[in-house]
Structure formats: structure tokens, C-alpha cells
Design a protein around this ligand. Structure first.
Ligand SMILES: NC(=O)c1ccc[n+]([C@@H]2O[C@H](COP(=O)([O-])OP(=O)(O)OC[C@H]3O[C@@H](n4cnc5c(N)ncnc54)[C@H](OP(=O)(O)O)[C@@H]3O)[C@@H](O)[C@H]2O)c1
Length: 340
């Protein structure tokens, strides 16, 4: 078995975290060299990587991943293998690959080294920004529905922040599977957008949220609920979930604890499940991960699954990219691009 390290001396630029705080204060552009490649590693020339809210949380020191500093940044992304180690990795040469979100190699970099367990080969010809954001948000949409419910055609999913990237994937999956969606947003423009991509019912957070939901559902109940807003918003929606139904909470954009009425939790036996996709990647066999990524990539290729792109910035313009990615009401996800 080959064990030798291969000398490559590849110059790179990467974004590095040097402390915890605001991204513009604690992220710096580092120029260095990757000196060698292990036997079962590949060198990836990066195309694109998304900037997520969770990246800013990690930068602020309030995320589930707390790397020792200085740390490379960027959770997921897409690139191409341009060199391979001396082990059984030759088949990967030249292949386009998705980097899985293990936080073991920062994807905000012109080049990175990855072990085979952290990459999945994907087809050519699919838009880089769609592939770059697939492993976190599309996988979250898929699993928070499929792993926690048994929905039939015509069943209703309720979701908060429906115009978010995850929300858009949920609507895409619902259309594919014949489920209906009740979508909650916080702005009128988002309501229009969510309808335009196929959301069945859309209501806007406000004092009369319960009345709006009641009217939209017209006597029906929700069969499953997904939440990323928390606070009393989720409590209101939970009141319309069928008894013994599941709420899957995957974040709290409001920063507030999810408040679900005791009446719903105990007498109607609702289940609240916390979900973190990074943990799913950590505990799931690689073959199963590969199958899900290939499935979702196929749906993207067929144009049945996508999330809006706000814009792209070359890595050197990372401060402008951060500003854009932080704006409330942004038109879509922002990406760093490399080697273009
Ligand atoms: N647990 C997990 O495994 C997991 C996986 C994926 C994502 N996430 C989390 O899920 C959330 C959504 O991710 P994403 O990438 O899809 O987000 P995104 O595309 O950046 O969208 C963020 C959404 O949150 C809404 N929002 C922000 N502040 C809000 C508030 N105070 N009240 C109500 N809505 C608010 C935004 O509304 P506007 O458009 O009006 O600003 C927008 O709809 C993030 O917090 C992310 O970290 C968690």
C-alpha cells in the first residue's frame, strides 16, 4: 500500500479566522502553499462556496463547530480534482466534486486538500452555485421532511422563513412529491416570491398570524411542520399541526426559544425534534451520503430543485461579500468564487 506523501507545492489563497467577532474584523486573506498530498487525498481547485448564516455564527464563536484558531473557513463547496495522492485515488483525477460539510478543510480557498471521505463526484454541466450549496440546505430540507414524517400526496407541510434557501428546497420537494405547503414569511415581497415558486398558501408574520393560518388552511390540519424562526411564531403554527404530529426545528432566526403551548405538547402529544445536518453527516455511512447527494444533484440537473443566488464575489472581495450576505431581505445566497 502506498504511504508516501506527494510533494506538490501548490500556492493558495484562503480565508482564515483569527479570532471570534464580526467577520470583517476577524477574517483575513491568507496566502500560503500546500506542500504535499497524502496517499488517499486529492487536491481540489475550487469553483464556488456559499456564505451561510452559520458561517457567521462560527466566526462569532456561537456555532456548534468551534475550531481552534487560526482556522480555515467555509463549510461546503464545489471544485475539481487537479491532482491525486499515491494511493487508490487515480479515478478521481479531473473529476468535479462537492466538498461535504465536515469543517475539516475550509472551502473559502482557491485550492484545498481533501480525503476521499469528504468529497462526492458530481456531473459536469450543472451550475456551480447550485451544487455548492446542496449539502447543507437541500439535505436539510430533504431529511427534516423524510426522516420525521410519512407524508402522502395532498398532505400539508407548514414552514417558517419559507423564502429562505431551505424553504425553497422544501417547496421544490413538495411539488415533486405532491405535498402541499403552508408558508410563513415576514415580508410582503417574500410572500409574492414564495407563491411564484409554487408555495400553495403564504401568510405573513404579524398580530393576526393565527387567523391568517386558519383562513389559509380552511379547516384542514398540517401534517408536518418545519421551523427556523422559533419564538411564539412556531407556537402559533403548532396549534394547527395534527395531534401526535412532528415539528422539526433546525434554527431560531428570531433568536428566541421555541414556545409551544403545553396544551399542544401534552394533550395533543406533539413532538419537537431538534435537527443539525452536520451531525447527520458525522453519523451516516458514506455510501448513504453519496446516494442522497446524487439523488439531489439529479433533481437540480432536471431543474426541479434550486435556491436563488444573490450574487458572487471573487475571494479577494470577501469583505463586500460578507456585507451582502448579512443584509436582511437579501435576494438569495451569496457565494465566493475562485480561480476565475
Ligand atoms: N440545523 C441545521 O442543520 C441547519 C441546516 C441548514 C440551515 N440551517 C439554518 O437555517 C436557517 C436558514 O438557512 P438558509 O441558508 O436557508 O437561510 P437564508 O436563505 O439566509 O434565509 C434566512 C431566512 O430567515 C429569515 N429571517 C431572518 N431573521 C428573521 C427573523 N427575526 N424572523 C423571521 N424570519 C427571519 C429571512 O427572512 P428575510 O428574507 O425577510 O430576511 C430568510 O427567510 C439559518 O439560520 C441556518 O443557519 C440549519
Amino acid at each position: 500500500m502506498a504511504t508516501d506523501k506527494k510533494i506538490i507545492n501548490q500556492p493558495i489563497k484562503q480565508l482564515r479566522l483569527i479570532g471570534n467577532g464580526q467577520p470583517e474584523d476577524v477574517v483575513e486573506l491568507h496566502e500560503g502553499v500546500i506542500t504535499s498530498l497524502g496517499p488517499n487525498e486529492v487536491l481540489v481547485e475550487m469553483e464556488a462556496a456559499p456564505i451561510h448564516i452559520s458561517d457567521f455564527m462560527l466566526v462569532g464563536g456561537i456555532y456548534g463547530v468551534k475550531p481552534s484558531l487560526p482556522a480555515t473557513l467555509g463549510a461546503e463547496g464545489i471544485g475539481r480534482v487537479i491532482d491525486v495522492g499515491s494511493g487508490h485515488v487515480k479515478d478521481y483525477q479531473g473529476k468535479r466534486v462537492i466538498i461535504l460539510p465536515y469543517y475539516e478543510q475550509g472551502t473559502w480557498a482557491t485550492y484545498l486538500v481533501a480525503p476521499l471521505k469528504n468529497i462526492v463526484i458530481v456531473d459536469e454541466g450543472i451550475d456551480a452555485t447550485q451544487l455548492a450549496q446542496l449539502t447543507i440546505n437541500a439535505v436539510t430540507a430533504f431529511l427534516t421532511i423524510l426522516d420525521y414524517s410519512e407524508l402522502n400526496q395532498g398532505d400539508w407541510i407548514g414552514q417558517t422563513a419559507a423564502n429562505s434557501a431551505v424553504g425553497q428546497y422544501v417547496i421544490g420537494l413538495a411539488k415533486i412529491n405532491g405535498w402541499k405547503t403552508l408558508n410563513i414569511v415576514r415580508r410582503a415581497e417574500s410572500a409574492e416570491f414564495v407563491r411564484s415558486i409554487g408555495g400553495d398558501e403564504v401568510v405573513i408574520i404579524g398580530d393576526n398570524l393565527g387567523t391568517q393560518i386558519e383562513k389559509a388552511l380552511d379547516g384542514k390540519q398540517l401534517d408536518h411542520v418545519l421551523d427556523t424562526v422559533g419564538g411564539t411564531t412556531i407556537g402559533t403554527i403548532a396549534g394547527f399541526l395534527k395531534s401526535r404530529g412532528s415539528i422539526v426545528g433546525y434554527s431560531s432566526e428570531s433568536g428566541q426559544t421555541p414556545v409551544i403551548r403545553p396544551l399542544d405538547l401534552f394533550y395533543r402529544r406533539l413532538h419537537y425534534h431538534g435537527f443539525w445536518v452536520i451531525d447527520w453527516f458525522r453519523i451516516t455511512p458514506k455510501e448513504q451520503i453519496d446516494r442522497l447527494i446524487q439523488h439531489l444533484t439529479g433533481l437540480v440537473d432536471e431543474g426541479r430543485l434550486s435556491a436563488t443566488v444573490g450574487g458572487t464575489f471573487p475571494i479577494e472581495k470577501y469583505k463586500e461579500a460578507f456585507q451582502a450576505a448579512k443584509q436582511p431581505g437579501r435576494p438569495g445566497k451569496y457565494f465566493l468564487t475562485f480561480n476565475q
